[in-house]
Design a protein around this ligand. Sequence first.
Ligand code: PGA
Length: 247
Amino acid sequence: MNTIFGNWKMNHSLNEIQSFFSEIGQQLHSTKTKFGIAPQSIHIPILLKYKEQIPNLLIGAQNCHFEESGAFTGEVSPKNLKDLGVDFCLVGHSERREYFKEDHELLNKKVRALLKNEMTVVFCFGETLEQREAGNTATIVLEQLNRGLVDIPLKPEQIILAYEPVWAIGTGQTATPEQAQEVHALIRGWLSEKTNCANDFTILYGGSVKPNNIKDLVENKDINGGLVGGASLKASDFIALCTGAEN
Ligand code: PGA
């Protein structure tokens, strides 16, 4: 089963959320795609209410702190996310790495905190355009995996990997299915060095995924769905993405 996770980033007002779900209605009830949405933290309780309407909707957080409580003004506790009923949390998104200077060590602590609190981690990574053009994609991706996930027990139901080339995020310039598959095969290979169940892991592609390219992406054997920013904000696109990812 393929997966579509929407990353709403810092978007959508209460009114827009309401319109989104009234347009979705019952249309995702029979989709064969696993799907979820990560809204801004303040909107998580609101999205959780929509589980009554859409029982198969998974709810994610976009970020959390690595400590469970304490004097960390403005931060969000992984323990309290679990308490609310959050299913998954993004870690290592390129915007966090770039704008908030999150490094490998910090990301590793966040992964540990989330696993301790029994949430699924969606671990994001990917190269910049400069790194790709210098021929360093594989080195960068493997470094992000090796350092961010150092000493983490890798279990397919706990860790989802999301390859998101930075040059493709929000630019409208998607990696071609061939470019994405090439890196996904590298990631699958890395998983098979670390585990004996590499094929059970979900590896998502992210970066300008749209209803018109999702099908070609998931046709590749190592691409198990998408982590979607812009196109996940519109209900009709979100439905089309879930339908397009069915296999
Ligand atoms: P995008 O964002 O789909 O708007 O390119 C993807 C992401 O940042 O996860």
